[in-house]
Unconditional design. Structure first.
Length: 326
């Protein structure tokens, strides 16, 4: 009886999911704000070349947004006296680029008040920023609306941590409708950007056992020496390290090559070669062409950008991305 009663609910859920995704479309603002996407692109092309390292955190912001209540710009909301928002959660405390998104949104509001959502703004800026630094492009269908809820606990629970093992990663991705291939491809974004020592990888160097000592045996020993030279104590909260040393500003295949050499910076990077399926995929990517990586990465980004989107009359179109409309 329980399985019979569950089936209609599942079908209804799948229909709702499909219909919400179908509501997104290319050039959604063609009539309501025809210059919207050009406004975003022009601003990104003007400013990202002067701050190319901002592309990675904005891409990460998009990822973190979509993994909590879907791609609804809930990551942009400020905390209030009655609510601790996603921004305050540990995974989001090192996010950068909020002011960049706010500036783009202000330009959109000046052109078309109350039309373009913050959720679409993040999605468009993330894509355009990556393209501007020479990375892959992908389609960004628009029509997302902004969520009304932002909760730090949900962010802490849903966003994969750099200390996650393979099972945890697969579970958290599956919860969002993403598979192992998506996990491998989206992890490829680690080819750009930087990480903070104590929040990301210090435990691999000094406290892998959890008892105040021990180094992660899966970490290449020579690489560990280099990491320790910069991250000299487990409590170092200021030192940063390149995710992909030597080409951290270039969207290339080096990340996968480093992971295979046991030089992935995070536990979550190292976890990708503990499973035969994901390891095989990484070997294929590392031995393949950049253009193939770009093509496959684009597919996963399009898929991620449709997670739990709010459309139609759901949510709202925020005037200010950091606060709900009054």
């Amino acid at each position: 009886m329980e399985s019979m009663s569950f089936a209609p609910i599942l079908i209804m859920f799948l229909c709702f999911l499909g219909s919400s995704q179908a509501a997104l479309k290319m050039n959604f603002y063609a009539k309501t704000c025809p210059k919207a996407e050009k406004i975003v692109l022009d601003y990104v092309k003007e400013h990202i070349p002067n701050a190319p390292t901002l592309a990675a955190p904005i891409l990460r912001m998009h990822f973190h947004d979509c993994f909590v209540r879907g791609c609804d710009a809930s990551v942009l909301l400020n905390s209030t006296s009655n609510n601790t928002a996603e921004k305050a959660a540990v995974p989001n405390q090192t996010l950068r680029g909020f002011d960049f998104i706010d500036k783009v949104k202000s330009l959109l509001e000046a052109q078309c008040p109350g039309v373009v959502s913050c959720a679409d703004t993040i999605a468009l800026v993330a894509r355009d920023a990556v393209v501007t630094i020479g990375g892959p492009s992908w389609s960004v269908p628009t029509g997302r609306r902004d969520g009304l809820i932002s909760n730090s606990t949900e962010a802490a629970n849903n966003i994969p941590a750099p200390t996650s093992n393979f099972t945890t990663l697969v579970t958290k991705f599956a919860n969002q409708g993403l598979n192992v291939k998506d996990l491998v491809l989206l992890s490829g974004a680690h080819t750009i950007g930087i990480a903070h020592c104590n929040q990301s990888f210090a435990a691999r160097l000094y406290n892998f056992t959890g008892n105040g000592s021990g180094q992660d045996p899966s970490l290449d020993s020579e690489y560990a020496v280099k990491l320790k030279a910069k991250c000299q104590t487990p409590l170092d909260n200021t030192t940063i390290f390149e995710m992909d040393p030597g080409s951290f500003r270039t969207f290339d295949l080096d990340y996968y090559k480093l992971v295979l050499k046991r030089r992935g910076l995070f536990v979550s990077d190292a976890a990708l070669i503990t499973n035969s399926t994901s390891r095989s995929q990484i070997i294929g990517l590392a031995q393949g062409t950049v253009s193939n990586f770009y093509t496959e990465f684009a597919k996963s980004m399009v898929k991620m950008g449709k997670i739990g989107v709010k459309t139609g009359s759901s949510g709202e179109i925020r005037k200010n991305c950091a606060v709900l409309n009054s």
